[in-house]
Design a protein around this ligand. Structure first.
Ligand SMILES: NC(=O)N[C@H]1NC(=O)NC1=O
Ligand SMILES: [Zn+2]
Ligand SMILES: [Zn+2]
Length: 482
């Protein structure tokens, strides 16, 4: 009796976020698809084709498409796994998540290792795809571009043929032994293969610089470790150097270029100084390029981080307040295309809370379930609108991932919808129901947020409502179309 993909129903609200703007009206869903979006309500006054769900003045928005999530399954399920990650996503209004090829073991760098990933997903989700499961969240996957496969076209092709929707690579050590870093030449080759598939390459754009390397070692005696990391946070060179290199390889993606059809996406930009200018220039040069940032770079500044609070350790680092404000402005000015979480949890022990050791602690921010309230809570202070949320969190990531049926509330799209109350405030404390495996490692714990998710629909199925998940917590692994 819960709305499901078999049903026909109306979702009504005074605030429906559509590509054309905010409307008061109704969204009609049938067979998991949005069949119409209508302003006003008169035409439905005697709706007899189905039932009506009236959400009053709650916001009805496309579900979030989080294109940058590390679920660590298989192999490091004690960090996070498909079940906990999926539940957290559903409770957070995220209807599609794209799982990164690393932090799981083995990493997804070949067709064989991708098969292991899919098998883990199927096992842990207990989904029989033939049986029309209740879809909690739709998974998609990226494969890894590493030195070992970069010059092996047939290996990359078999990975892409197996259905990964794009590739991911690192320009610096990834922190994971079986996911080595790539240089510009590897990236060039990867883009060349991706061109045929018209799929993107997502790049962690930082290069280890000697001068900064020296600074990591030298001031240890003088400075407290946290202070040191915060200092490093002021240095923008690592991102800038990587993005300068990407500027050059991105030229291949221009019309008529060697990798025309491929797309380069810079993940988690933190530097709001020169890197932004280089990205802008690359776009103007005709390169097929986009960039994301993450809520933690918009929310936090290095000055606010308490000594030894390694929940905030991430790469690139959280920088100073001036940088944070410039980054916010760049997002508002349209120089950053979209948002993602880079949800990268670990086992709590690896955060080394007792030592507060910023140099050795695992780098990664845990945030998945809080994507929406966090972006809204901090974003509204600098003028973010509901339509911008839908653009950055749904429309553009869906497009980047090649998901043309997702990312908007409009006729013909999948009924992937989040209903939420932007005005409801809550304390994110131990009494708050979190589905993440280790909520205590999240940098957002202990904050007061606004924006409460009331209901999440995935392809017409109500998977989360009123603080409760649908009983069958599962998802569907979906592969890139051939
Ligand atoms: N391996 C991994 O997840 N690294 C992530 N963590 C982080 O803070 N930045 C990253 O790229
Ligand atoms: Zn990264
Ligand atoms: Zn990441």
């Amino acid at each position: 009796d819960k709305p499901s993909s078999h049903d026909r129903y109306l979702i009504r609200s005074k605030r429906i976020i559509t590509p054309e703007g905010v409307i008061a009206g109704s969204v009609e869903v049938k067979g998991g698809i949005i069949i119409s979006v209508a302003e006003g309500g008169d035409q439905f006054s005697d709706y007899s084709q189905g039932y009506i769900l009236d959400y009053g003045d709650a916001v009805v928005m496309p579900g979030l498409v989080d294109i940058h999530v590390h679920l660590n399954d298989p192999g490091r399920t004690e960090w996070e796994d498909f079940t906990t990650g999926t539940k957290a996503a559903a409770a957070g209004g995220i209807t599609t998540l794209i799982d990164m090829p690393l932090n799981c073991f083995p990493t997804v760098v070949s067709e064989e290792t991708f098969r292991l990933k899919l098998e883990a997903a199927r096992n842990r989700l207990h989904v029989d795809v033939e049986l029309d499961p209740v879809n909690l969240v739709i998974y998609r996957f990226l494969g890894g571009l590493v030195p070992e496969n970069a010059f092996n076209r047939s290996a990359l092709e078999s990975l892409l043929d197996a259905g990964v929707l794009g590739l991911k690579s690192f320009m610096c050590p990834s922190g994971i032994d079986d996911f080595p870093m790539t240089n510009a030449t590897h990236i060039k080759e990867g883009l060349h293969v991706l061109a045929k598939y018209k799929r993107p390459l997502l790049v962690h754009s930082e290069i280890a610089l000697d001068s900064e390397g020296i600074q990591i070692k030298r001031p240890l005696q003088i400075l407290d470790l946290t202070q040191l990391i915060l200092r490093l946070g002021h240095l923008h060179g690592k991102e800038e150097a990587a993005i300068s290199e990407l500027y050059k390889v991105a030229q291949d993606t221009r019309v008529g270029g060697r990798a025309e059809g491929a797309h380069l996406h810079i993940v988690h930009l933190s530097d709001a100084w020169k890197s932004l200018g280089i990205i802008k220039e690359a776009k103007e040069s005709g390169a097929s390029l986009s960039v994301e940032t993450c809520p933690h770079y918009l929310a936090f500044s290095a000055e606010q981080i308490k000594d030894g609070d390694t929940r905030f350790k991430c790469a690139p680092p959280i920088r100073d307040e001036v940088n944070r404000n410039k980054l916010r402005q760049a997002l508002m000015d349209g120089h950053i295309d979209l948002l993602s979480s880079d949800h990268s949890p670990s086992a709590p022990e690896l955060k080394l809370f007792d030592q507060g050791d910023f140099l050795r602690a695992w780098g990664g921010i845990s945030s998945l379930q809080f994507d929406l309230p966090v972006t809204w809570s901090y974003g509204k202070s600098f003028g973010v609108t509901l339509n911008q949320l839908a653009t950055w969190w749904s429309e553009r990531p869906a497009k980047l991932a090649g998901q043309e049926l997702k990312g908007a509330i409009s006729g013909g799209k999948h009924a992937d919808i989040v209903v939420w109350d932007p005005d409801e405030e809550f304390e994110l404390n131990e009494n708050y129901t979190t589905y993440l495996k280790h909520p205590n490692i999240s940098a957002y714990m202990g904050t007061r947020l606004s924006g409460k998710v009331m209901a999440t629909f995935v392809r017409g199925n109500l998977v989360y409502s009123d603080g409760k998940l649908a009983p069958a917590a599962c998802g569907v692994p979906i592969l890139a179309k051939q």
